[in-house]
Design a protein around this ligand. Structure first.
Ligand SMILES: NC(=O)c1ccc[n+]([C@@H]2O[C@H](COP(=O)([O-])OP(=O)(O)OC[C@H]3O[C@@H](n4cnc5c(N)ncnc54)[C@H](O)[C@@H]3O)[C@@H](O)[C@H]2O)c1
Length: 340
């Protein structure tokens, strides 16, 4: 009966989700066994072998890219080439890395020589062609579909033919990003190496990472992404390639609802954050968390959920749009729901 009231876009989403799940069933079983969730069940097929990552590239030296680069260098111990088209962002990012390393040395979490070695493994460049010798690239540029597509089209030409091409997208379809690597969809030589490693913010602190395959992603690519995230000290969770994946499908409507509570006068900023902090035992309330994530990022994700799932419950709040229009993007711009 329920089928009768489904809109065509919902049917499309459901069919897409189902086909994605069927295609990815085997790889998900493999990854789950890697994640030890189903450690007692025996895989019924030969497990794909994860490739070793000896050198990493990161595109985007913003809060996520820099965090990924630093953890890869410090914990996984690999050399990392960080690419950004803005020298200012690179300088700011590396200064932040210096600050984080110095803080950990002061707190005796890290020796000075290990901090120096981790820093020495980071190389910054504005030239994307410097990624010609990496085994894996993790892209962390702003959440703009056309920007990500052009970067992956470029990466298919620049990166070595074995390199894993990962995106840190919060909401864009991995299948869509992978398709941008070729003009011939039947040629999966590059698209089979595209995967998402969706790290959580702040990367040096949060253990969680979502791993998402597109329809084209090979099992070896998935296995390599899982293995490398584990080398970075993270705990991978597998999600289907659907809007918002797991984390943002749950988190963003929560943040959006908190902003609606503010704009409709149900509570003030402090009351909203205090009740969630003290009532659900989370380290920060939803509005502070939104500032921390970046309000432009929150708006982009809500727009994707709203457009792609076609359900009005995902409509971005007016106040969120206004804050972004004003350039009050949260911590990174000095003003959001709080001032910094
Ligand atoms: N902020 C979060 O909490 C969070 C969490 C998980 C995932 N993400 C995702 O991670 C990605 C990056 O987010 P962020 O918050 O780090 O963004 P950010 O705005 O802090 O950083 C983006 C960086 O990319 C650079 N950049 C822009 N265009 C570029 C190009 N063509 N080539 C190279 N560099 C370019 C910018 O100069 C900037 O330094 C987005 O896809 C976002 O959705 C963000």
């Amino acid at each position: 009966m329920l089928h009768l009231v489904y809109t065509s876009s919902k049917i499309h989403d459901f069919v897409h989700m189902l086909s994605t799940r069927i295609a990815r069933g085997a790889s998900q079983r493999f990854v789950r066994s890697q994640c030890r969730s189903f450690s007692s069940s025996k895989p019924a097929f030969i497990e794909p072998k994860a490739a070793e990552i000896k050198k990493l590239g990161v595109i985007g030296a913003g809060q996520m890219g820099l965090g990924i680069a630093l953890v890869a260098s410090r914990v996984a111990g690999v050399p990392v080439t960080v690419v950004d088209n803005s020298q200012k962002s690179l300088d700011k990012g590396l200064a932040f890395a210096d600050k984080l390393l110095a803080k950990d040395v002061t707190k005796q979490k890290l020796s000075q020589s290990d901090a120096d070695a981790a820093r020495a493994r980071l190389t910054a460049t504005t030239n994307i062609e410097d990624l010609h010798d990496v085994d894996m690239v993790i892209e962390a540029v702003p959440e703009i579909v056309d920007l990500k597509k052009s970067i992956f089209a470029n990466l298919a030409k620049i990166a070595p033919s074995h390199a894993i091409l990962a995106t840190n997208t919060s909401s864009i379809s991995i299948t869509l990003i992978a398709a941008a690597t070729t003009s011939d969809p039947t040629d999966t030589s590059a698209s089979s190496r595209v995967v998402s490693t969706h790290f959580m913010n702040p990367v040096p602190v949060q253990k969680g990472v979502e791993i998402i395959s597109g329809l084209q992603t090979s099992q070896e690519t998935l296995a390599t992404a899982v293995e490398f995230c584990k080398r970075m000290g993270k705990i991978p969770s597998v999600s289907a390639d659907v809007p918002g994946f797991l984390a943002n499908r749950i988190l963003m409507p929560y943040i959006n609802e908190a902003i609606i509570c503010l704009e409709t006068g149900i509570g003030e900023v402090k009351d909203i954050d205090d009740i969630m902090k003290n009532g659900t035992n989370v380290p920060m309330g939803p509005l502070q968390l939104a500032d921390f994530i970046g309000l432009d990022t929150c708006l982009s994700i809500m727009n994707v959920l709203h457009t792609q799932l076609g359900d009005s419950k995902y409509r971005p709040s007016t106040r969120l749009r206004q804050m972004v229009d004003a350039g009050w993007l949260g911590k990174k711009s000095g003003r959001g729901f709080y001032t910094y």
